[in-house]
Design a binder for this molecule. Sequence first.
Ligand code: VIB
Length: 216
Amino acid sequence: MRFTEQLWQEISPLYDAILQHGFVKKLTAGSLAIETFQYYIQQDALYLVDFSRALSQLAARSAQPDEMLLFCEFAQNAIRVERSLHETYFTRYNIEPQTEKMPACFAYTNYLLATTSLQSPAVGVAAVLPCFWIYREVGTYIYQRAVSENPYRDWINTYAGPDFDRVVTQMLDLTDRLAETAGPAERAGMREAVRLSSRLEWSFWNDAYTQTRWPV
Ligand SMILES: Cc1ncc(C[n+]2csc(CCO)c2C)c(N)n1
């Protein structure tokens, strides 16, 4: 069995929890409160900048020029997505730019930056994998079920297309290649990183849904 197939089995309860989450259900039904979407987009704009930094870190630490190219492209694309959020969604949904990261965004971005900087490149790659993988799976799931009059239709279309699918396939192939040369301890670190990032993906939706703010 491919390493990534094993990973998917391990995170499938977390994936199911995301699909069962009120955010995903309401987004699919088109009944998500505008405040919830606004919070999500504000935090995602902040997330994407640091996500790009984490990918740049992986580019710098890659052993192969081909991998560097891949991560430079992904890092660049994350900033493009961040720019397009500002150009379209901030205007369309009347969103105020936010400068403060709320708890899940704070935890997730700092986890990604620390892991891609301080752990081995293989563990760092595993930490960013769920950002791609879970979005493809959740994106496709929502896309197939979304009502046609959905006010969030454009956003839903972003992660369900063939271009994004190619990116995710490249990330999965790379993860399998890195797992082949990793020892048991490093492979365990990769599995742990995938689990943690998947949990943080859930937390990211959940913070928006519950409008979480810093308690003090
Ligand atoms: C919390 C959170 N997690 C993942 C993504 C998905 N995502 C955004 S940009 C990009 C590709 C960059 O090349 C991916 C996979 C997101 N938007 N927000």
